[in-house]
Write a protein that binds this ligand. Sequence first.
Ligand code: SF4
Ligand code: SF4
Length: 250
Amino acid sequence: MIEASLMQPLKEDRFRFACNKSLPCFTKCCAKLNLVLTPYDIIRLKNRLNCPSGYFLENHTTSFVDEAYGVPIVHLKMNDDETRRCPFVSPDGCTVYDDRPGACRIYPLARAASKVYESHRTGEYYFMVRESHCLGFCENREWTIHEWVNDQGFDKYNAMNDYFLDITAGRTAKSINTLTEQHLKMYYMACYSLDEFRRFIFESTFLKRFEIEQDVIRGIEADDVELMKFASRWLTFSLFGEKTITARNP
Ligand code: SF4
Ligand code: SF4
C-alpha cells in the first residue's frame, strides 16, 4: 500500500515519465515496499516461478485481515535483511518483469476502483505517486493515462482484478463485519490459495452439492484464471448469500 501523502490527484490526463536503466535511481523503487498482491498477481507469479500457490504464499507472502476492507490482504515479502529489497530485483532490473504485479506495472500511477452495486458499473480514478527518489519524472516522455495503462499491460490486470471488486464492492461495513473466521479462511483459500481451492472443489462433496455448468467445471480443472473467476462467484454466494450458484436439492 502506498502512503497517502505520496498520492497526488492527477490534475490532467497527461504526465511526463520515463524509466530506464541509465537512471541513477534504477531499481531503488524495488525495496521497502508494502506491495499488495491481488489473486491475479499471484497466479502470474506462481506460474512464472513454476511453483504451487501454497508454496508461493508460504515463501513469498504475508497476509492479514485488513481493517478497512474486512477481508484478508496479501503482501509480497521483502528480503529479510537491512536492504528489505524485493526478492525479484537484480542489478539488471526485475527478474519477473513480464509477470510483475499490477502495482509495479502501473507505477508511478495508482488506481482506485469502485463498483456501483446495483448497476455493476466500475468507476476508476488514477493518482500520481510522487516519491522523491524517482527521477523518472525529470524525463520528457509524455503519456496519457490510457497510453500508460496499455503500454504497461495493465488493462488485463484491471479486468482480472475487477472480479474481486464484485465480492465486497458496494457492501456495507456491517455486512462485511458479520464474516466469521471460517468465512475469512474460505476467502483466503478461494482468492489466493488456488491449488487448495481446486482440491476443495474436486476432492470433496462440492460437485454433488452444487449445480455447476459442465463447461465451467472443465475450465476450472485446467485453467487458473477460470478457477479465479469461479472463486469470485463462489465467495459472493457462500459469504453473502447471493444466487450466483445453485445448491442441489438434498
Ligand atoms: S525512474 Fe522511478 S520507477 Fe524507474 S527505476 Fe527510477 S525510481 Fe524506479
Ligand atoms: S516485482 Fe519486479 S518491479 Fe516489482 S518490486 Fe519486485 S523487482 Fe521491482
